[in-house]
Design a protein around this ligand. Structure first.
Ligand SMILES: [Zn+2]
Ligand SMILES: [Zn+2]
Length: 121
């Protein structure tokens, strides 16, 4: 048995975490998207952390959308969701990782970045 991974002090922003997460996304082991509803934009992530492999299930408020008009004037058809958002995610698993600072209560200190579809409802 491998011992549990420690808090990531070495390469929390390494490109490889994004690559691993992207592979998981393409293999349907990870779900990531942005949902826009009533002018609220939320990023959604369900899947394994690319480093510690603990299950992540996140709903993060990204921003308030002041107006949807600029996107609508691009002529995008609601039936063909082609809008994309670039989203930064950070591991917030609920497992223990040795060396985690006392004021941090989740995660292994690993960030990754995905380009995901925007869903409107
Ligand atoms: Zn973890
Ligand atoms: Zn992690």
């Amino acid at each position: 048995m491998a011992s549990p991974l420690a808090w990531n002090e070495v390469d929390p922003n390494a490109r490889k975490w994004t690559d691993i997460a992207w592979d998981a996304f393409n293999e349907d082991r990870l779900t990531a998207k942005v949902q826009v509803s009533h002018a609220v934009m939320v990023s959604v992530l369900d899947g394994p952390c690319p480093r510690c492999n603990h299950r992540l299930s996140q709903r993060n408020l990204m921003t308030l959308v002041a107006s949807l008009d600029p996107l609508e004037t691009k002529g995008l058809d609601a039936a063909t969701p082609q809008e994309l958002a670039e989203v930064d995610f950070i591991c917030d698993c609920s497992e223990e990782h040795a060396g985690r600072p006392k004021d941090v209560h989740s995660g292994c200190n690993t960030a990754f970045h995905l380009t995901v579809y925007i869903e409107r409802s």
